[in-house]
Design a binder for this molecule. Structure first.
Ligand code: 6GU
Length: 236
């Protein structure tokens, strides 16, 4: 999978080179490229923002650098993967977007080319979204109902959630099926040795060797936790 990230703070993404995703990069499974939006400016101050038409607080990101970035990364002459000729998916993190869930991550993990455009200030000139829609499938995606200063932290979360679902990134694919949200429920509790720690014993059933009873107990725990912490997931 090819992933391009455009940001005015590219060093935010240094952390993605570590651990799991770093291994995926080294193995050639994930071609992650981070770009500085200011590289597509041409004035002395490398300006990326300006005041909003119609007035109002804050600054808006100018369309020109974004247009040049999109041309280079997903335009007709772009050096992008053309394995199946699939259109790129262009994602703008935004608190005004659709909610990012495990389902979104699974869907995006099957794409060949993702481009993330990180906005700062009060947002990006609306015409950038219209232009991007001519080059690929545009998605505005939010991490949740709260406001971050910019899209960078949201994109880090999305790239990690998507990247670990690419076949070969997580060593044991079974560890992907048994975790929170994969089956619409929260994960069951886990224990390891010692069997008694500070007067607290591991539940007997886990030491019983009865695999049927263990599976039933775990399912029950999943339901109980989901009902207590996230009743919305059960439609309650
Ligand atoms: Cl994707 N961006 C920003 N700026 N704030 C957010 C968000 C995204 N998701 C939740 N809050």
């Amino acid at each position: 999978m090819r992933v391009d990230v455009v940001s005015i703070f590219p060093s935010y993404f240094d952390g993605l080179a570590l651990s799991l995703l770093g291994k995926a990069r080294d193995a050639g499974i994930l071609d992650l490229r981070v770009h500085d939006l200011r590289d597509w400016t041409h004035d002395r101050h490398r300006t990326v923002d300006d005041t909003p038409y119609g007035g109002g607080a804050g600054m808006v990101m100018k369309p020109e650098p974004w247009g040049l970035a999109l041309d280079e990364l997903v335009g007709v002459s772009a050096d992008a993967p053309a394995v199946t000729g699939e259109r790129p998916t262009i994602i703008f993190p935004s608190p005004a977007g659709e909610l990012f869930t495990q389902r979104t991550a699974r869907e995006l993990a099957m794409r060949e080319h993702l481009v993330f455009g990180c906005g700062r200030y009060e947002g990006i000139d609306e015409r950038v979204f219209e232009y991007a829609a001519e080059l690929g499938e545009v998605r505005l995606i939010s991490l949740g109902d709260y406001v971050l200063n910019g899209g960078e932290v949201a994109v880090m979360a999305m790239v990690e959630a998507i990247g670990r679902l690419i076949p070969g990134v997580v060593g044991n694919p079974e560890s992907l099926v048994e975790e929170s949200h994969e089956d619409g429920l929260l994960e069951y509790p886990s224990y390891t040795k010692p069997s008694v720690w500070r007067d607290r014993a591991v539940p007997d059933v886990l030491l019983s060797g009865n695999h049927g009873a263990i599976a039933a107990w775990r399912r029950e725990q999943q339901l109980e936790r989901t009902r207590a912490r996230r009743p919305d997931l059960l439609g309650e």
